[in-house]
Design a protein around this ligand. Sequence first.
Ligand SMILES: [Fe+2]
Ligand SMILES: [Fe+2]
Length: 187
Amino acid sequence: MMEVIKKRVQARLSPHRFAHVEGVAKTAVRLAAIHDVDEKRAELSAWLHDYYREDSRESLRRLAEEVGFLIEDQPTPLLHGPLMAARLSLDFGIDDLEVREAIATHTIGDETMGPVAQVLFVADLIEPGRTFASALPVRAVAERDLARAVAMTADATITHLLAAHLPIAKETVALRNRIWKRIDETT
Ligand SMILES: [Fe+2]
Ligand SMILES: [Fe+2]
């Protein structure tokens, strides 16, 4: 099953993006093992998270329409996760709620994200192919403290968006506010 999925992902993405996805899958499995999270779900969500990342807005619109998913005025780079989640059953026959949640939230995060989603959110930032400076400290922290790594990943996302003058999703802000508050209360 996983081999078939890998082949389909490889056929759909550029070599550069496929290498990223491969890195995310390896990192997600590793983080899942360290933090006692379901490795199979982490791996599956990683392989599929960017499946529609390179589609045009027009293509995304058509794919969304087919499953009754509303894209409204959402920016194009934020659509590929929620759309893949909405099409998971149709495209891959997968109905797992944790895998679906992880894929849906991987770009902007969510306050209520579960362990599989947290692993994917962090792995997407720190996979070995990522060279941004913000990934370095998160890589070290992710080895021992998943919650803190999630908060740092949300901060890194926000910092990047601020620098690029791009809109910041309220879900990302809510996630970092909540996790840092919890961490600060317990340390
Ligand atoms: Fe993505
Ligand atoms: Fe990604």
